[in-house]
Ligand binder design. Structure first.
Ligand code: ADP
Ligand code: MG
Length: 481
C-alpha cells in the first residue's frame, strides 16, 4: 500500500515586545519566578487589560511578510479552560476574526520551490509555567510568562513529508527573525510547534484522521516526531485498526509519540468576545508605514543571491537562512573584491563549522567579514595557497593578528613564486629520491598520476607548504620528463 502523509503546523511565536500584551510588566527571559507578573497577568478582579500597540504592529509585519489579507477589524475572545498556570481561568486569544488572514510562504525542498498556504495568524497571550523539577511532591507555578504576546501561525495541511514540515518551520523561523518580531529561540520557548499529522491512501481525496503532536521545540525533533508518528499510524492502519483523533506528546528518549488526550476528552473552550477589549481596527496609514519599512525577505534575498552572485541554489539557501549570516556574506564579498563563490565556500565550510564547534553566534564571530575578505584576496592573488589559507584563517579566528596580511607577514607564510627557488627545491627532491624518479620515468602514462602526486607532496613539504602549487606542478612535469 502506498500512503501519503498530510501535515499542517500550528506555530506559536513569542513576540519580542518589551512589555506584555495586556500589561506593562517586562517580558525579559530568565527573571526570578513571579517577579514579572502584574495584577493584570494574574487576572485579579477589577483590573482591565490594555492592548500593547507593538504587538499589533508585529502581527501586521508578519501579515505583510506572508502576503496575507490583513484582518482590518479583529476581535479578542476568551478561551475558557482551567489550568494552574492560567489564574484567570481563560486565555485571551482571537477566534472568528484574526488579525492576519490567508497568506503563504514559499519553501525549498530538494531544490524545488513549494508554496505552503497559511490559514491565519492570531494574537493571544501566553500562559505561565508549571515547574515540576525543583519541588518534591509539589508543583511550582511561575507566572512570569503569563501575558507574553504570542502570534499563533496556522498552516493549511499542505506539507507531504517531515522534511517539508521542517523546511516550513525553518522558513517561518527565518521570516520572524528577518522581520525582527521574535528572536525565534526554540530552546527558550520563543517558537513552539504543534504538528498535525495524518495519512491517507495515495490518490484518496479525503484526508485521514489527524493526531496533533504538541509543543515540539527543535527542528530535529519536528522531523523525528513526525516520522515516528507516521510509522505508528501506518502500522495501526495496516494492522486493521483505526486512527482516533488525539493530542499526543513526543518523547525524544524513546523516539515515540504517546496520547495525552483523545477528542472525547478535548475541552469545550466556550469562546466568546472579551467584553474588556475593543475590536482592533487597523489604520491604513499604519499598515503602509510598516510596509515601507519591511526589509528584504529571505525568498527575495535568495533569488538575488543566485542572480547577482551566481551562487548555486544550495549556497544561497544556506546563506539567507539567517539575516546576519546573509549580511556577513555580502560584506565578505565586498571585501574580497566580488569573489562570491570563494566567500560562500569559506563561510559555509569554515566559518559555520567553527561557529558550530564553539557554539558561537554569527554576530559574535571572532573573524570579521573584512578579515575573511582580506584572506580571500591573498589566495586569489597567489600570495598564499589555499592550504596556507586555512592556517591563516585559524590564526585570525584565534586573534593572532588584525588581518590576513599581518599574519602572512609575521608568520612568514608568503607563497614562494620565484621559479628559480622552486626549481632548486625540486632538484633537491629529485636528488633525494632517485629510486622513485627511476620508477616514474619507467612507468606508463596511466600509472604516473599517483607517483607524480608523491613528488608534489615532497616539494610542498620541503617548502613548508609555501611553494606555489601551480608552478610546482608545471616545473616538476618538465624536470621529471
Ligand atoms: P483545530 O482548531 O481543532 O486545532 P484546525 O482545523 O484549526 O483544527 O487545524 C489545525 C491544524 O491541523 C492546521 O494546521 C491544519 O492544517 C491541520 N490539519 C487539519 N486537518 C488535518 C489533517 N487531516 N491532517 C493533517 N493536518 C491537518
Ligand atoms: Mg488549533
Amino acid at each position: 500500500m502506498t500512503w501519503e502523509v498530510v501535515i499542517g503546523l500550528e506555530i506559536h511565536v513569542q513576540l519580542n515586545t518589551k512589555s506584555k500584551i495586556f500589561s506593562g510588566s517586562s517580558t525579559a527571559f530568565g527573571a526570578a519566578p513571579n517577579t514579572q507578573a502584574s495584577l493584570i497577568d494574574l487576572g485579579m478582579p477589577g483590573v482591565l487589560p490594555v492592548l500593547n500597540k507593538e504587538a499589533v504592529r508585529n502581527a501586521v509585519r508578519f501579515g505583510l511578510g506572508i502576503n496575507a489579507e490583513l484582518g482590518r477589524k479583529s476581535v479578542f475572545a476568551r478561551k475558557n479552560y482551567f489550568y494552574p498556570d492560567l489564574p484567570k481561568g481563560y486565555q485571551i486569544s482571537q477566534m472568528d476574526l484574526p488579525i492576519v488572514g490567508k497568506g503563504f510562504i514559499d519553501i525549498t525542498v530538494d531544490e524545488k520551490i513549494k508554496r505552503v498556504n497559511i490559514t491565519r495568524a492570531h494574537l493571544e497571550e501566553d500562559a505561565g509555567k508549571s515547574l515540576h523539577e525543583d519541588f518534591s511532591g509539589m508543583t511550582g507555578i511561575d507566572l512570569n510568562r503569563a501575558g507574553t504576546p504570542l502570534l499563533e501561525i496556522v498552516s493549511e495541511p499542505d506539507m507531504r513529508s517531515a522534511k517539508e514540515a521542517v523546511a516550513y518551520a525553518k522558513a517561518i523561523h527565518a521570516l520572524i527573525r528577518y522581520l525582527d518580531i521574535s528572536d525565534g529561540n526554540m530552546a527558550e520557548g520563543s517558537m513552539r510547534c504543534d504538528c498535525n499529522v495524518s495519512i491517507r491512501q495515495k490518490g484518496e481525496e479525503k484526508f485521514g484522521t489527524r493526531r496533533e503532536i504538541k509543543n515540539v521545540n527543535s527542528f530535529k525533533f519536528i522531523e523525528k516526531a513526525i516520522n515516528s508518528e507516521i510509522e505508528w499510524q501506518i502500522d495501526e492502519l495496516e494492522s486493521g485498526r483505526a486512527i482516533h483523533q488525539a493530542t499526543v506528546l513526543y518523547n525524544p528518549d524513546t523516539n515515540k509519540t504517546r496520547a495525552m488526550r483523545s477528542k472525547e476528552e478535548a475541552n469545550d473552550y466556550r469562546y466568546f468576545p472579551d467584553p474588556d477589549l475593543l475590536p482592533v481596527v487597523l489604520d491604513e496609514g499604519m499598515i503602509e508605514e510598516i510596509r515601507a519599512q519591511l526589509p528584504e525577505l529571505p525568498v527575495a534575498k535568495r533569488e538575488r543571491f543566485i542572480r547577482d552572485y551566481q551562487l548555486p541554489e544550495y549556497d544561497a539557501g544556506v546563506l539567507v537562512s539567517d539575516r546576519e549570516l546573509a549580511d556577513f556574506f555580502e560584506a565578505t564579498v565586498k571585501a574580497a573584491n566580488g569573489a562570491a563563490k570563494p566567500a560562500s565556500n569559506w563561510i559555509m565550510m569554515d566559518v559555520l563549522g567553527a561557529l558550530n564547534r564553539t557554539e558561537t553566534d554569527i554576530s559574535a564571530s571572532p573573524i570579521s567579514a573584512a578579515q575573511l575578505g582580506g584572506l580571500i584576496n591573498r589566495i586569489n592573488d597567489n600570495t598564499i595557497s589555499g592550504k596556507i589559507g586555512k592556517q591563516v584563517f585559524q590564526a585570525l579566528w584565534d586573534g593572532a593578528g588584525a588581518s590576513a596580511d599581518e599574519i602572512i607577514e609575521t608568520q612568514g607564510l608568503k607563497q614562494e613564486s620565484d621559479s628559480g627557488a622552486i626549481e632548486a627545491l625540486i632538484d633537491s627532491v629529485i636528488a633525494a629520491n632517485p629510486q622513485q624518479v627511476e620508477q616514474y620515468r619507467a612507468a606508463e602514462e596511466a600509472k604516473r598520476g599517483k607517483m607524480f602526486g608523491f613528488f608534489v607532496g615532497q616539494v610542498m613539504k620541503v617548502s613548508q607548504g609555501k611553494a606555489n602549487p601551480g608552478q610546482v606542478n608545471e616545473l616538476l612535469k618538465k624536470k621529471l620528463g
